[in-house]
Write a protein of this length. Structure first.
Length: 227
């Protein structure tokens, strides 16, 4: 469209809006209708998408606090909800290819298997941070136990012992200290589990609480003298 055509087009629509009872409302309705047409790709040839392109906005600065346009916040929340959904599906054993097909069935065409892998890969980093984070030097109580769960390992579903340590510090604050898988619940595996707590900064535990598993009791006696 030539520059003169643009000018005539704008004059036509501005005149139309000014004749409305509420010009701003009429302009907004027209704009939203045009955006929906683009979103639905109305008039695009088969196999091709009709896109407006990138839109660059200068966000106004305010004297106090920060301002973020509502439409950006809404989009961000939607993206976070989608990421959480993908990660939850992955944790429940849904493959990246199946997640991609599910997204397509929901009308999300831009999500590929490689993007799914990237999103789920973020969880690995969070787990590594959780496993390696520094711990307090002293805890009043530490509960230790193991749960047996089915895990996916090298293409097979196997049973593994998930060892858990849950602590309470001198201020009464509770936290999960460690959650780690072991193939078998033995004295040596429990000793290794407790050595890792020491490496992360724990030097004293006043009271351990556990069931009557001999491996746990033996590991506590050997690794935590005085507890």
């Amino acid at each position: 469209m030539a520059q003169r055509d643009y000018k005539a087009f704008l004059e036509k629509w501005l005149t139309r809006f000014l004749l409305e009872d509420v010009p701003i409302k009429a302009m907004l309705e027209w704009l939203l209708a045009e955006l929906m047409k683009e979103e639905a790709k109305v008039g695009a040839p088969k196999g091709k998408h009709s896109r407006v392109g990138s839109v660059y906005l200068v966000i106004p600065k305010v004297r106090r606090g920060g301002y973020v346009p509502f439409f950006l916040v809404t989009r961000k929340r939607s993206e976070m909800a989608l990421i959480s959904l993908i990660q939850e599906a992955f944790l429940n054993g849904v493959s990246t290819r199946k997640i991609e097909r599910l997204a397509w069935s929901l009308g999300i065409e831009s999500l590929s298997a490689s993007q799914v892998s990237e999103i789920t890969g973020e969880m690995d980093e969070r787990v590594r941070e959780f496993w390696s984070r520094p711990l307090k030097a002293e805890y009043v109580f530490v509960w230790v136990d193991a749960l047996y769960e089915k895990v996916w390992f090298e293409g097979k579903v196997m049973s593994a012992a998930i060892m858990i340590a849950y602590g309470v510090d001198e201020e009464g604050m509770r936290e999960i200290l460690a959650v780690e898988p072991m193939w078998e619940e033995t004295e040596e595996s429990w000793r290794e589990f407790m050595r890792k707590l020491k490496k992360r900064g724990v030097s004293r535990v006043r009271v351990f609480i556990s069931d009557a598993h001999r491996g746990i009791q033996a590991a506590i006696k050997k690794e935590w003298l005085g507890a």
